[in-house]
Design a protein around this ligand. Structure first.
Ligand SMILES: Nc1nc2c(c(=O)[nH]1)N[C@H]1C(S)=C(S)[C@@H](COP(=O)(O)OP(=O)(O)OC[C@H]3O[C@@H](n4cnc5c(=O)[nH]c(N)nc54)[C@H](O)[C@@H]3O)O[C@H]1N2
Ligand SMILES: Nc1nc2c(c(=O)[nH]1)N[C@H]1C(S)=C(S)[C@@H](COP(=O)(O)OP(=O)(O)OC[C@H]3O[C@@H](n4cnc5c(=O)[nH]c(N)nc54)[C@H](O)[C@@H]3O)O[C@H]1N2
Ligand code: SF4
Ligand SMILES: [Mo]
Length: 888
């Protein structure tokens, strides 16, 4: 590790990769930490581009009350007195915290302590409710605790990996790469993907089961039945046979493989293949994530998967487990501290009298909440109804990410007191805050996170804080003191909080009553030991040496139920699977895109990440597009009784007929009307309260506009009056897409008036067939560039976004106007990082074959999968004459 380098952890997904970060001369550079056991030196695109997200641009720099800058002391006193006043006048349940799996464990611990222990309400819930709460509930039912047993090494040790409802290749890329690397070494290892969509995760798979959305229960019940018939039950780890039978009987009701295949609408051969592979393989890992959790049957679906693994003894052993993969960097840490409204700290539960006494004594309070609080969706209902009068939102953007987001925005607008701690100034949620508190972001803050395999890693500071930003735990402690709760919040640093958290986990934690979460061996760490703590998995009980090797929960066959056996949970599949298409429209599925993180507050700062998908889009099958006479790339409206969205259509047979898919990321900061959750109803799993984000019903129709524009500008543009717009930062400026009811000429005139223009600037115009591209430059500095047309097919792609940050020459208009193929993407060759633009340049310079392009740019020489694209560029490019002239 070179001098000045800090060892830390990536702040995005639940893989929890180790990062080596360095900050020098105002520039942050990162690389993978070879010694981190989650990632062994690897990072994905988001991790590699972290450096571009740490500059102070766009940050929330100082506290504000109703838009006015305030000092910290005044802001804290105000928040403290307002919360105290609300508590005194309306009782504990009139106050709520809505927190996040992106907080550090220490922040999370203090937030939970303040709300449940001192304010005395259960009303603290987290965005992990939207993410893992169904898996948590399924674990508790089957294992007696939220005990995620597995290790990442299991993904390498397994002979069969089943990904269901998980697009691991995009959402946990480093884990996916670990699987591919293991598979390359042992080609007999099998990978099966169960997803209604053909995702990037299918590229390396041996089998894709494109089941009808919402039919996993039928499939996994069918698998259990088939395992039983093949003599695969291993009852010795289970409760008595009497308890097991109802589950097996329910599973049998789904019928034999042919009936299962018909119900999930997949060919019989694929389903038999999966069942046979599963039965023939001892070491099987089933990875599940949001396609399972975010459903109105999310908990049952989780249990259907666990049933198969537990019943057949494929659990808690090297290479054999059912593995719920966490989404956020600290979703697991949130579960440890009791961040969910229905649990207490350190994996203790409401309703357990001893646990209640234990925590009360430890915190020295007599106000500890006795009842679970409101779960996320209900909590915002409580804000809407006026039951909750003050809400503090930390590290999450509910105005975008909760279902029925338009209603959430209205509820926040009407709430008497909305406090928001964030590191970014402008989000759809900060826009609705009465008080804004600037939080330190990644690289500035210090603490721990726990990844999907229960590995606790340090996030360490290596940057000065932006403006007056403070750590979340510090802000919480100051407010607690201002509310009069001084004695519980005198922490000198994050290490002191961690020690308290670790100590609590070990209290009375032994014998038959033992809890799975125990890190009491870390309660004695001094500040220096905490600072240098190496990543390690829990449990770490006191009294023995620290366990540094991989550990699995329930490996000894003892579970956390009263009888210490695992339980099978009877789960009935729906009598008839939810139809994909109904009279009311199509089924709208949603999820992640490769290079954006959630509501884009951080990833959109990295110009490179924005090139992958610069506009909001919805994917639709060619059959449905044909029926509605929709064209690829045109603007469409999605609507239902609740709301609507306007965005670009991508026609692809990767989605099933009758189903649509839309990335969740877009919001009011980046597009005119592309909030997916305006269309998602607040339908939740009845047990976990997790919203069913993947099963909305919508209609799709064309939006008619008279002109469309792609515009690159060094300065922001006023967008009033445009039917559709999207904007995304690129190096040196912004990339806009516009749809307008004006004619192309009138749109050009309107935009010209809104764009800067100065005496010495050069206006260039390029023409190719019917396409015209106009550029304005100041010397060799491009100021803006547009293509306006009546027809979206002809518009330039996103591969030109780097033009603002490079010297501009007139000849560049030539390769901008090179016709793009339907699949036009910015980065044509991902292996060698060769863009559409570089390929265009090479073609203009005379490269006339795929081999010649490879020679001059390197494109196509890596994995080779872009060679088809390169050939298409060559075919399209050569015969079209392009003229360029200076027009003013
Ligand atoms: N690039 C990127 N990575 C991320 C994030 C991000 O924002 N961007 N966020 C992180 C977070 S917080 C999370 S929770 C994880 C989520 O990680 P994933 O769960 O892998 O991501 P999603 O794209 O939400 O959904 C996964 C898949 O579920 C499928 N699906 C939908 N309905 C069904 C169904 O009925 N059955 C089955 N079997 N599948 C279905 C969808 O088609 C989708 O491909 O990603 C984490 N990683
Ligand atoms: N339709 C649909 N909706 C979904 C989903 C889906 O699949 N489909 N997935 C759901 C899931 S799984 C999730 S996890 C949610 C995610 O949804 P959100 O949590 O709302 O999304 P983020 O953009 O991650 O919001 C995090 C906010 O915290 C800020 N922040 C970052 N670091 C810190 C910090 O250290 N301190 C503080 N105080 N603030 C910080 C960021 O700037 C940002 O504003 O979306 C959910 N919504
Ligand atoms: S896989 Fe996840 S934790 Fe690892 S670098 Fe990518 S986003 Fe970060
Ligand atoms: Mo998530």
């Amino acid at each position: 590790m070179s001098q000045g380098t800090t060892r830390t952890t990536c702040p995005y997904c639940g893989v929890g990769c180790g990062v080596l970060a360095k900050h020098q001369d105002g520039i942050t550079t990162v690389s993978g930490d070879p010694d981190h056991r989650a990632s062994f030196g690897k990072l994905c695109t988001k991790g590699m581009n972290l450096g571009a997200t740490t500059d102070p641009e766009g940050r929330l720099l100082y506290p504000q009350i109703r838009g006015q800058r305030e000092s910290w002391s005044r802001a804290l006193a105000y928040v403290g007195s307002q919360l105290r006043d609300t508590l005194d006048r309306h009782g504990p349940d009139s106050v709520a915290f809505y927190v996040s799996g992106q907080l550090l464990t220490e922040d999370y611990y203090v937030a939970n302590k303040l709300m449940k222990g001192f304010i005395g309400s259960g009303n603290i819930d987290t965005n992990s409710r939207l993410c893992m709460s169904s898996a948590v509930a399924a674990h508790k039912r089957a294992l007696g605790a939220d005990a995620v047993s597995g290790c990442y090494a299991d993904l390498e040790l397994a002979d069969l990996i089943v990904l269901t409802g998980s697009n691991l290749a995009w959402c946990h890329p480093v884990l996916y790469q670990r699987i591919l690397a293991a598979k390359a070494k042992r080609p007999e290892m099998k990978l099966v993907v169960i997803d209604p969509r053909r995702t990037a995760s299918c590229h390396g798979a041996d089998l894709h089961i494109p089941l009808k959305a919402g039919t996993d229960l039928t499939l996994f019940n069918g698998l259990l039945h088939s395992l039983r018939k093949q003599g695969q039950l291993m009852p010795d780890r289970l409760a008595s046979l009497d308890e097991v039978l109802p589950t097996l009987e329910l599973a049998a009701r789904g019928g034999e493989v042919a009936q299962v295949a018909a119900a999930i609408d997949v060919d019989v051969a694929s389903v038999s293949q999966l069942f046979d592979w599963f039965a023939a393989t001892d070491k099987v890992v089933t990875v599940f994530s949001q396609g399972i959790n975010q459903s109105d049957r999310g908990v049952d679906q989780g249990n259907a998967i666990l049933n198969c693994h537990l019943a057949s003894g494929r659990f808690g052993r090297p290479g054999a487990t059912a593995f719920s993969i966490t989404g956020q960097p600290n979703a697991m840490g949130g579960r440890e501290v009791g961040g969910l409204a229905n649990s207490l700290a350190a994996h203790m539960e409401f309703g357990d009298v001893e646990a209640h006494q234990r925590i009360s004594q430890f915190w020295q309070v007599d106000t500890l909440a006795t009842e679970p609080g409101l779960k996320a969706v209900d909590l915002f209902d409580g804000i809407e109804s006026g039951q909750i009068k003050a809400v503090w939102i930390m590290g999450t953007n509910p105005a975008v990410s909760l279902p029925d987001s338009a209603r959430v925005r209205r509820a926040l607008a009407d709430c008497p007191l909305v406090i928001v701690s964030d590191c970014v100034a402008q989000t759809d949620t900060t826009a609705l805050a009465d008080v804004l508190l600037p939080a330190q972001g990644w690289g500035e803050k210090d603490g721990t996170v726990t990844n999907s395999e229960r590995r606790i890693s340090r996030q360490r500071a290596f940057l000065p804080p932006a403006g007056e930003a403070k750590p979340d735990w510090w802000i919480l402690c100051q407010v607690a003191k201002a509310m009069g709760f001084g004695h519980g919040f005198e922490f000198a640093n994050a290490a002191a909080i961690f020690r308290e958290h670790a100590e609590l986990s070990g209290l009375d934690n032994a014998g038959d009553q033992r809890r799975d979460f125990d890190i009491s061996a870390l309660a004695q760490l001094n500040d220096r030991q905490y600072d240098t703590l190496s990543p390690l998995q829990w449990p770490q009980p006191a009294g023995g040496p620290l366990q540094l090797q991989d550990q699995r929960l329930c490996a000894d066959g003892r579970f956390f139920t009263t009888e210490q056996r695992a339980r099978l949970v009877p789960v009935a599949a729906p009598v008839s699977a939810v139809p994909a298409t109904t009279e009311t429209g199509m089924r709208l599925n949603s999820g992640r895109w490769r290079d954006q993180w959630h509501t884009m507050t951080r990833t959109a700062k990295a110009g490179k990440l924005n090139q992958h998908a610069p506009e909001p889009l919805v994917q639709c099958h060619p059959r449905d597009a044909g029926q509605q006479q929709l064209r690829d790339g045109q603007l469409v409206r999605l609507s239902n009784g609740q709301g609507e969205a306007v965005l670009k259509l991508q026609i692809t047979d990767a989605v099933r007929p009758g189903e649509l898919f839309m990335p969740l990321h877009w919001n009011g900061q980046f597009a005119s009307q592309a909030w997916i959750n305006d269309l998602v109803a607040p339908l939740c799993d009845p047990i976990s309260g997790q919203p069913a984000f993947k099963q909305s019903q919508v209609q799709i129709e064309a939006v008619s506009v008279s002109s469309v524009a792609t515009l690159l500008s060094s300065r922001p543009l006023v967008l009033d009056g445009m039917r559709y717009w999207s904007r995304i930062p690129v190096d040196g400026g912004l990339l806009y897409h516009i749809g307008s009811e004006l004619s192309p000429t009138a749109l050009a005139q309107t935009l010209a008036l809104r764009l800067p223009r100065q005496g010495q600037w050069r206006r260039l115009q390029g023409r190719s067939g019917a396409r015209t591209c106009v550029a304005m430059s100041d010397g060799d500095q491009l100021q803006w560039l547009w293509e306006i047309s009546a027809d979206s097919d002809s518009l330039l792609g996103s591969g030109f976004s780097e033009l603002l940050s490079q010297p501009f020459e007139a000849s560049q208009l030539r390769h901008i106007l090179v016709p793009k193929s339907r699949a036009a993407g910015a980065m044509l060759c991902a292996c060698r990082q060769v863009s559409e633009r570089q390929v265009g340049e090479a073609i203009n310079a005379g490269a006339n074959s795929v081999a010649a392009l490879g020679e001059c740019t390197g494109a196509g020489l890596g994995c080779g999968s872009c060679q088809g694209d390169l050939a298409e560029r060559l075919r399209d490019a050569i015969p079209i004459p392009i003229s360029i002239r200076q027009v003013s």
